[in-house]
Design a binder for this molecule. Structure first.
Ligand code: ADP
Ligand code: MG
Length: 371
């Protein structure tokens, strides 16, 4: 019976019993019955919110089953992702954990599909049944899921390329998918076939979510910190944020590609390096105080160390509603005085400058590319 299929040994038993309530077992048995999967043979990961199992289809295809836990406690801290998310409007029943969990699983499936259509490397989503998400297994063989970026053995000479790839990914998620991952880190990226694969996207939010920029800033910080610790010269938070959120730099109305984005990162890295050299030469000759260096940086319109600190803490308005006084700010931008507006370069707000206020209304009813 169920014990034989789902429980490998005694140490797995406790975990299995936590997540596999009778209803979940029924869902799995139906999948076995339909021939979607032939066997479930191991637990790849046990997490706070979900466990991931390895399964095999009758054709021998490797499959990952992400089984969300249905305990209500687990989902309490997810409120902040849901508040303000239009896809949850009217549909979020706090009192019914099964229903809540189903929404998370469905959301993960939709986000995976959206990312895949945008050309991102993600596991292919197969289907979702209540709290069970079925997707492709990202791994070499039965028991071995590909390593998380955190554990991956990336050759030193490949680190920089992976850093550039991660920025291209952040840009694609924001600009092409109109999402923010919101839990982007070396724990939720798999290193597979020499590339980075994004996973764990159930909490990802639409980019007009009121807290989208706060999530994005945290995502960027995780990526920048990770590669900086590995000795890669990174762009830092401000430059990366501007790169990820900015209107396209590609001309002639053609679609921006990953190669374009990678080239832009290279250009920004070279620029940052040149600025860094200027700054250290200036500092060495004049032995400037930190404050004077900031002044010099401000004069040259580039981010200084203290700008980075301010940026990391400042509130970034997402929706135009969040801007304190839109008309005043638009007027300032149009007069060319908007440089100190932290959001002046951001997609949408920057285009006020170009398109005028009429564009605001159009952006409001921007289409929702849900499938
Ligand atoms: P959690 O919410 O528990 O963090 P994740 O989606 O991050 O859930 O999955 C947890 C772990 O399971 C991952 O770190 C990865 O090792 C493994 N995993 C998840 N999805 C897959 C997949 N499609 N293929 C292979 N391994 C996976
Ligand atoms: Mg995870």
């Amino acid at each position: 019976g169920s014990e034989k299929i789902l429980v490998k040994d005694k140490s797995d038993r406790a975990t299995n019993e936590q997540v596999l309530d009778p209803r979940t077992r029924l869902i799995l048995f139906k999948m076995l019955g339909r021939g979607l999967i032939e066997r479930i043979d191991g637990c790849v990961s046990t997490g706070k919110e979900a466990n991931v199992y390895h399964a095999v289809s009758p054709e021998g295809k490797h499959i990952a089953l992400k089984i969300y836990k249905t305990s209500i406690l687990v989902f309490k801290d997810r409120d902040r992702y849901v508040t303000g998310e239009f896809r949850f409007k009217g549909g979020y029943a706090r009192s019914n954990p099964r229903k809540m969990v189903r929404l998370w699983a469905e959301k993960e499936l939709r986000n995976l599909k959206r990312m895949q259509s945008a050309g991102l490397r993600v596991p292919e989503a197969i289907e979702v049944r209540e709290n069970v998400l079925v997707m492709d297994f990202v791994g070499q063989d039965e028991w071995q899921a590909s390593p998380r970026l955190k554990d991956a053995d990336i050759p030193p000479e490949q680190q920089r390329a992976m850093y550039i790839e991660i920025l291209v990914i952040l840009r694609a998620i924001f600009f092409r998918c109109r999402l923010v991952h919101a839990d982007f880190s070396e724990y939720n990226i798999l290193y597979h076939q020499g590339h980075l694969w994004v996973i764990d996207v159930s909490q990802s939010v639409e980019h007009e979510h009121p807290a989208a920029f706060d999530f994005l800033r945290a995502d960027i910080k995780n990526a920048d910190d990770f590669f900086a610790r590995r000795g890669v010269d990174t762009l830092g938070l401000t430059r990366t944020f501007n790169f990820v959120t900015r209107d396209t730099w590609v001309e002639n109305g053609r679609e921006e590609t990953d190669e374009d984005a990678a080239q832009e990162v290279e250009r920004l890295l070279a620029q940052a390096e040149a600025e860094e050299e200027d700054r250290s030469t200036a500092a060495a000759t004049a032995s400037l105080s930190l404050e004077d260096q900031d002044k010099a940086a401000a004069a040259a319109e580039r981010p200084s160390a203290s700008d980075e600190a301010v940026f990391a803490q400042s509130y970034i308005p997402r929706a135009l509603d969040d801007v304190f006084d839109v008309e005043r700010d638009v007027a300032r931008v149009l007069r060319g005085e908007g440089k100190d507006l932290i959001y002046a370069d951001i997609t949408g707000v920057a285009s006020i400058h170009k398109k005028g206020e009429k564009a605001i209304a159009e952006e409001e009813d921007e289409d929702d590319d849900e499938d």
